[in-house]
Write a new protein. Structure first.
Length: 203
């Protein structure tokens, strides 16, 4: 069930990116908040005023797919939340770990199992594919990368939880001003994506 929800989430992100690609290639205005009624209304305005007939058809098809995907994700999300509330391990993780919501707690419980399954935290990290590997050949070492082994759903849940805890990324533009120390503290931030892992949200 978690795998199905993960696949739908990826499809939702892909259709959102297609809408942005159509707007970009036809020189239309940007529309960031596609997950809100106001954002959808703005997208409809932009499509009617700035896109070609082909672009309007592409955006309309993508919006229909977003609606269908969101409906199915809502059904699965309610079922997964009910399972997370009924499982003691998921409840304990959601209560004790900062930033972990019901779905991430459920993924951790489903794949990592009990506390005695791994003898060390390093083995659990390696199982999830979150350990950093370095390839070395002929005296040259490539930059460290995640091994990406193990269950993709668990790795995705952990990385999303970490990104959400750190906050939305900076939106770097030509007008972004930096302080003398090089900080971009005053830079605008990208809108936070719909997330399924972090407190105090109910996801």
């Amino acid at each position: 069930m978690l795998g199905c929800y993960h696949d739908l989430s990826r499809d939702h992100a892909a259709w959102t990116q297609r809408i942005h690609a159509v707007l970009f290639h036809q020189g239309a205005s940007c529309c960031a908040e596609l997950g809100t009624p106001a954002g959808r209304a703005k997208l409809a305005r932009i499509a009617a005023e700035q896109l070609s007939p082909v672009g309007q058809t592409q955006v309309a098809a993508a919006v229909l797919m977003l609606d269908a995907t969101e409906a199915q994700m809502g059904v699965l999300r309610r079922q997964l939340h009910a399972w997370a509330r009924s499982m003691r391990g998921a409840r304990v993780l959601a209560e004790r770990l900062y930033g972990v919501g019901p779905l991430t707690a459920l993924a951790l419980t489903a794949w990592l199992g009990g506390a005695d399954r791994f003898s060390s935290a390093r083995k659990a990290v390696r199982f999830a594919g979150l350990d950093v590997t370095v390839y070395s050949s002929a005296g040259k070492r490539s930059p460290g990368r995640l091994s990406r082994q193990g269950p993709a759903v668990l790795r995705c849940a952990c990385t999303r939880q970490r990104r959400t805890m750190l906050g939305p990324p900076l939106l770097i533009t030509p007008t972004t001003r930096r302080s003398r120390s090089g900080s971009t503290a005053n830079a605008p931030r990208c809108p936070r994506p719909a997330n399924w892992s972090v407190k105090p949200c109910t996801s």
